[in-house]
Design a protein around this ligand. Structure first.
Ligand code: NAD
Ligand code: MG
Length: 402
């Protein structure tokens, strides 16, 4: 287990008997961000929201700030800024905007933990800034680790900055690893729901529209991750996320489809013993666990009842149909800038699909062509990752005339 995520480095973040932990929510208007604010509201003795950031939803940002009274908010897009200022400045809330505002806010001295819940590559810079300023991170933004996981984790370990996963699979693995610091991991088993098109074949998928793809059976999430779940790219990104977060060789990561999403993931140890973390699928649980780490806090969420529905199924993923998972697996094994290129191409592909510019299966072709086009860099620097991201984005966008 990587020391960046080990229990011993994070004990100073204890919540009990202290002032509320001050949380900076990067991406407060999203699915994870709004659920985190629910958790904070339900536990006012433990948490307060100190910084809130949004991309463009000014109305929701204002509403959240009036309710939670952060000292600072960021609205990335300048449109809507006048309203935010008018509503919040008289309340003594600092309002920031513009291209560097996220990093500036991440460097603000007055918060204790960042919840990194921006979607996509845009989350990388502010998260790196939190690492640099030695703030523990509750990490939902998996793309940060997909793109530059080696650098982010190295810096976190060097700075002794705890990174506590929020992604449910990684939270599950993290929980299975508590108390196992010195025991070697034989295998990480990531569970996948299979998404809304489990069991479907390409002749069905070719006609899928975004309205179908946005209906996830078990989880209600932001649009990008919902499409990623339908294509299984999400599980591919999660394999790469796990590889860095837990410092394991790619050959030790396995994906298994488990449609009920009750087992959130598993760890197999050297003695063959397998530990699983289970519960009803509800993102508030891993969010709450990360915010309160290392403590568990009580809640009134519904419980899984073994006496009512005790059927749990498992099957291998169909990587011939859901080729995004195969592409992501290849990129993980190839390493270098391949995952960064994969991620950038995927972000453009999902954007194109959500705007009805390309079909469901075209997303995979775009990613494959972009991976073939962008030159491979074996040992990228951070600048190389940014360059590869830009190059991949431009090439992928050119394929669909964006
Ligand atoms: P979302 O689309 O609902 O919200 C995204 C948030 O990021 C919003 O607050 C938005 O304002 C902000 N944002 C978007 N683009 C931005 C940009 N360019 N600059 C600054 N801010 C920007 O997404 P989500 O579903 O909450 O997912 C957030 C992250 O958490 C993703 O990386 C996702 O993979 C991960 N995650 C989400 C879930 C879930 O259940 N939603 C589960 C596991 C992991
Ligand atoms: Mg997940």
């Amino acid at each position: 287990m990587n020391t960046g995520t080990s229990a011993s480095t994070a004990t100073d973040t204890s919540t009990r008997g202290r002032k509320p932990r001050r949380i900076a929510i990067f991406g407060s208007t999203g699915s994870i961000g709004t659920q985190a604010l629910d958790v904070i509201r339900e536990n006012p003795d433990l948490f307060e929201a100190s910084i809130l950031t949004a991309h463009s939803n000014a109305a929701l940002l204002i509403e959240q700030a009036i309710r939670h009274r952060p000292h600072t908010v960021v609205l990335v897009e300048e449109r809507g800024l006048a309203e935010v200022r008018e509503a919040l400045l008289p309340r003594g809330i600092e309002v920031m905007s513009g291209p560097d505002a996220l990093e500036e806010a991440a460097a603000h001295p007055d918060y204790d933990m960042m919840l990194a819940s921006i979607v996509g590559f845009a989350g990388l810079k502010p998260t790196l800034k939190a690492v640099e300023t030695r703030r523990p991170i509750a990490l939902a933004n998996k793309e940060t680790l997909v793109v530059a996981g080696d650098i982010v984790m190295r810096r976190a370990v060097e700075g002794r900055v705890p990174i506590i996963p929020v992604d449910s699979e990684h939270s599950a693995i993290f929980q299975c690893l508590v108390g196992e610091t010195h025991n070697r991991i034989e295998k990480l088993i990531l569970t996948a729901s299979g998404g809304p098109f489990l069991g479907r074949k390409p002749n069905f998928l070719v006609n899928v529209r975004k309205e179908h793809a946005l209906q996830h059976p078990n989880w209600s999430m932001g649009a990008k991750i919902t499409i990623d779940s339908a294509t299984l790219m999400n599980k591919g990104l999660e394999m790469i996320e796990a590889r860095w977060l837990f410092n394991v060789d790619p050959s030790r990561i396995q994906v298994v489809v488990h449609p009920q999403s009750i087992i959130h993931s598993m760890v197999q140890f050297e003695d063959g013993s397998i530990k699983a973390q289970m519960g009803l699928p509800d993102m508030k649980l891993p969010i709450q666990y990360a915010l309160a780490y290392p403590e568990r806090i009580p809640n009134a969420f519904p419980r899984y009842d073994f006496t009512r529905s005790a059927t749990l199924n498992f099957e291998p993923p169909d990587v011939r149909t859901f080729r995004n998972l195969a592409l992501a697996t290849d990129a993980m094994f190839k390493g270098g800038n391949a995952p960064a290129v994969l991620n950038a191409a995927n972000e453009i592909a999902v954007y194109g699909f959500l705007r009805n510019r390309i079909g469901f299966l075209d997303m995979t072709d775009m990613i494959e062509r972009t991976l073939a086009h962008v030159p491979f860099v074996e040992r990228p620097t951070l600048d190389d990752y940014f360059e590869s991201d830009g190059e991949a984005r431009n090439f992928a966008a050119s394929l669909i005339n964006l």
